[in-house]
Design a protein around this ligand. Structure first.
Ligand SMILES: *Cc1c(COP(=O)(O)O)cnc(C)c1O
Length: 369
């Protein structure tokens, strides 16, 4: 074995959902939006001139997009960090905030990229099991109910000190959302470390923790344009926090790469923010189809978890999960299956158009006989 083998950084990478290149598939496997982005986004891209789009470097501060997001969310200057997809934003956040010997904590069933970043950056981590109903319990993250303090301590509630907390809310791949008050308990119980709340699916849910930014200096919220804004291909994500923490993220990001967002991406992002009416309407479309999907899957004997996202996490009872997954694949319908111990009986199914979902139901009927 060559000596340099010892010096290789060896990691097991995150495996994203398949991106079949054929146009002939019903793609319900990576939670993309079934509808196109706003026509204003398309127009903004078409109107880009070569000079700006290609010859010159883009604005290293991503100023236009940052300001559009500050205005949209009613934040002050310096409260937005932007990156190439929320994967990039989360990765920079891990690198910036999790710099201690204590393990960071996140649920055992959640976005499977979290342990990968922890590994590549050498951050120790511990997975906290969700309860039997796949819920995140604030008690498991250090929260002690004041009314119940005595009993919590009696049970030996010695939750080890942690180096940070990561919560996806709504959680993925379960789709379950925690009400704001409960996320607040987790943030309040961990004042000495940074709590990252990954709100990739919040637009399909109800209760963002955004109003809590004023009250907690340890809160970082991460969002993406990939799902609700139908712009996965553009790679836009952002973080919202205090100017102090955003500055720390920018310092780390700019120590790796000064120019992350292309000029075209920045223009498209601003155009999306400016067309709120279109954005809201498409979210409603997905919500309606989601309600229908849950009813139709239950009719077909699936156990379906409550969903606050643009996907459902559902377990068939009439046919083995793997069989269904493969039979759907054979019919060019792609859904996502994870092999984790607790979730291998579930499929994560993205909400597509009504027509796409009808094709899914018909295929299930055919498979289940
Ligand atoms: C999709 C997703 C992301 C990453 O999205 P980007 O395309 O990188 O912006 C992050 N977190 C969760 C929970 C997701 O589902």
């Amino acid at each position: 074995m060559p000596k340099w083998e010892d010096n290789l950084r060896q990691v097991t990478p995150y495996v994203p959902g398949a991106q079949p290149q054929s146009k002939n598939v019903i793609k319900l496997n990576t939670n993309e939006n079934p509808y196109p982005p706003s026509p204003k986004v398309v127009k903004a891209i078409q109107e880009m001139d070569l000079e700006t789009a290609m010859r010159k470097y883009p604005d290293p501060t991503s100023g236009d997009l940052v300001h559009a997001l500050e205005n949209y969310h009613g934040l002050d200057e310096g409260q937005i960090f932007v990156g190439t997809g929320s994967d990039d934003v989360l990765s920079i956040a891990f690198l910036t905030f999790f710099n201690s010997d204590r393990p960071i904590i996140f649920p055992d069933v959640t976005y499977s990229f979290y342990p990968v970043w922890a590994q590549v950056y050498g951050i120790p981590y511990r997975e906290i099991p969700l309860d039997e109903s796949f819920r995140i319990l604030p008690e498991d993250y250090g929260w002690i109910d004041p009314e119940n303090r005595a009993s919590a301590i009696d049970e030996g509630g010695d939750i080890p000190e942690n180096g940070g907390v990561v919560i996806a809310n709504p959680n993925a791949p379960t789709g379950i959302s925690l009400k704001r008050g409960y996320v607040e308990q987790i943030i309040a119980a961990n004042p000495d470390v940074i709590v990252i709340v990954d709100e990739a699916y919040i637009d399909y849910s109800r209760e963002s923790v955004l109003p809590l930014l004023h009250d907690y200096d340890n809160l970082v919220i991460v969002r993406t344009f990939s799902k609700s804004r139908a712009m996965a291909g553009m790679r836009i994500g952002y973080a919202m926090s205090s100017p102090r923490l955003i500055r720390a993220m920018n310092d780390v990001a700019q120590s790796i790469n000064s120019y992350t967002m292309s000029a075209t991406t920045l223009k498209a992002g601003v155009a999306s923010i400016e067309d709120d009416e279109y954005f809201r309407a498409r979210i409603e479309d997905v919500r309606k189809t989601r309600a229908r999907t849950i009813v139709e899957l239950k009719k077909r004997f699936f156990n379906v978890l409550p969903s606050s996202t643009n996907f459902v996490f559902a377990s068939p009872s009439r046919v083995k999960c793997e069989t269904l997954f493969e039979e759907l694949c054979a019919r060019n319908i792609f859904v996502r299956h994870f092999n984790g111990e607790r979730i291998r009986d579930y499929l994560r199914i993205t909400i597509g158009t009504d027509r796409e979902m009808d094709a899914l139901f018909a295929a299930i009927d055919e498979i289940q006989g």
